[in-house]
Design a protein around this ligand. Structure first.
Ligand code: F6P
Length: 542
């Protein structure tokens, strides 16, 4: 049995340090070191991370790096890149980094180089997407595709959906790429209501090809198509992205020609660079997707090669550990100041919360410390007019990542300068606040002083790149992926399984049968669940 992380000397050293840091304000830290921004910034793959507005000193960082080393972070990182079965409960390797390996180096797992297959599937995806883009892929009646509808959920939806939104400026506008994920029929109905079946292509994206939501939507899509086209049309209007060729064939899709494979060593939430990215390739083309892979790869190499002290994802991870495990922060906000990134928080919610929302350590013991935070966020400046009040003056500590770009794709008047003025102003206000003395110096009426005071000392990172493009998006997503990995290592949890989603799925299956039963079923749930089921059965007809 390994030592519980919170029993490590390095962990205890950070606990002791927390007491010292309790009295330290960012105002004092900046005043003491005029070069603080320089000392606490680093750059990787086109991104600047300014982490100077955090409640840290060199001592804090030194102790965090010592903790990371005591947790064997570097060997753990090498084990992931090396194809070891680090997803222990599923006995699988974790090799999403192979999907964007742009070097000639082989990537082995179980004695086999996965790169030839990775490249072959990528070529198959590029070739197919090009046929859709050029119009040479025809629907059943000979018309080109004008809408691609991805049917998937979780990792088979959030990644390509987020990236298609993020990279709209690089996308073909004459082919509409849409996403249906929810089992709520409204989602499907609203996404297809203006589409012409003859010009619509469905991508059934499911690693397992058993997920209830996706399969329900796939069957509804089939019915929708066959309402106006004959059975043979399915072959021209459906393709699949999956690891399960048998179930794909059973659905009626030619698994030989119209299925794009991936592998069990690609976790759903880490699958954007696999064939799951197909709708994105249709949107931005081969060149754009290759630039995205380049960005991912650049951050992968940085993560694999840079020292812990100069490693952007490692620094982001350790700052999170500091706030969540030592300073009591429960949540973490991701605040992109770019409208194109409006789905990034939702994407990162799955990446982070499905990975690190775990309560048992690697040896199955309950962890005596908190693990993954609640991740949330909205694009700036909308959030400023909604929840920032709580971040500025509420009673909770909420570390935030502010994400921005020096250039805009829509340079209308002074919009971009205003947007960026807001991002910089927010991190300044959060760090430095406004004191009672400053308010009095401005002749603020005394009764209002307590309400207008900003305590400050609220921690933020600023992530700044020149432009939102496929490369910078890839590097950003990779940075968050590796951040999540590092935190999982420090918290000693298994970041690549997701057993916590199973129970609800099983219970829903049982309840579905009870909802559909013709005669009143014998209900053996708790009194609340029984009553809700009965009420729904009684009232659903209106
Ligand atoms: O939510 C559970 C989950 O298994 C995710 O991890 C996954 O991304 C999603 O369901 C979809 O799974 P699939 O691609 O197999 O349909």
């Amino acid at each position: 049995m390994s030592i519980v992380r919170s029993e490590l000397t390095e962990w205890k050293a950070l606990e002791a340090h927390r007491a010292e840091m309790d009295r330290v304000h960012l105002r004092a830290l900046f005043a003491a070191d005029p070069q603080r921004a320089e000392h606490f910034s680093l750059e990787a793959a086109g991104w600047l991370l300014d982490y100077s507005k955090n409640r840290i000193t060199k001592t804090t960082l030194g102790r965090l790096f010592a903790l990371a080393r005591a947790c064997d972070l570097e060997p753990a990182r090498d084990a992931m890149f090396g194809g070891e079965h680090i997803n222990a409960t599923e006995d699988r390797a974790v090799l999403h980094t192979a999907l964007r390996n742009r070097s000639d180096a082989p990537v082995y797992t179980d004695g086999e180089d996965v790169m030839p297959e990775v490249r072959a599937v990528l070529e198959q995806v590029f070739d197919f997407a090009e046929r859709v883009r050029s119009g040479s892929w025809k629907g059943h009646t000979g018309k080109p595709v004008r809408a691609v509808v991805n049917l998937g959920i979780g990792g088979s939806d959030l990644g390509p959906c987020m990236a298609c939104e993020a990279l709209k400026a690089f996308s073909r506008r004459d082919i509409s790429v849409r996403f249906v994920s929810n089992v709520d029929g409204t989602h499907f109905a609203e996404q297809v209501r203006d589409l012409d079946p003859e010009q619509t292509l469905f991508v059934v994206a499911s690693k397992s090809f058993t997920t209830q939501e996706t399969m329900t939507n796939a069957h509804s899509a089939r019915e929708w198509l066959l309402a106006s086209l004959p059975e043979q049309a399915v072959a021209r209007h459906f393709v699949a992205v999956s690891t399960n060729a048998e179930l794909v064939s059973r659905f009626g899709i030619d698994a030989e020609r119209n299925m794009f494979r991936f592998w069990d060593w690609v976790g759903g939430r880490y699958s954007l660079c696999s064939a799951i990215g197909l709708p994105l390739v249709v949107a931005i083309g081969r060149e754009g997707f290759e630039q995205l892979l380049d960005g991912f790869h650049a951050m992968d190499r940085h993560f694999a090669e840079a020292s812990l002290e100069r490693n952007l994802p490692v620094v982001m991870a350790l700052l999170g550990v500091w706030y969540h495990s030592f300073l009591g922060a429960e949540s973490f906000a991701v605040l992109p100041y770019d409208q194109y990134l409006h789905r990034l928080p939702a994407y990162l919610q799955q990446a982070d919360m499905e990975s690190n929302g775990k309560g048992a350590d690697r040896e199955g013991r309950p962890v005596p410390y908190t693990t993954g935070p609640v991740l949330w966020g909205e694009p700036g400046t909308n959030g400023q007019h909604a929840f920032y009040q709580l971040i500025h003056q509420g009673t909770r500590l909420i570390p935030c990542d502010f994400i921005g770009f020096c250039r805009s794709h829509n340079a209308l008047g002074d919009h971009h300068a205003k947007l960026m003025a807001n991002i910089f102003a927010q991190t300044e206000a959060l760090a430095f606040g406004k004191t009672a003395e400053e308010l009095r110096a401005e002749s603020t009426p005394e009764p209002l002083v307590p309400f207008k005071c900003f305590e400050g000392n609220r921690p933020t990172n600023t992530l700044l790149a020149d432009e939102l493009n496929p490369y910078s998006l890839g590097a950003l997503v990779a940075a968050y992926e590796h951040k999540i990995f590092c935190q999982g290592i420090v918290w000693n949890i298994l970041s690549f399984d997701q057993w916590g989603v199973q129970l609800g799925k099983v219970l829903a299956g049982k309840i579905l049968a009870e909802l559909k039963a013709a005669a009143s079923p014998d209900l053996a749930h708790d009194s609340s669940t029984n009553a809700l089921i009965r009420r729904f059965r009684e009232r659903r007809q209106g």
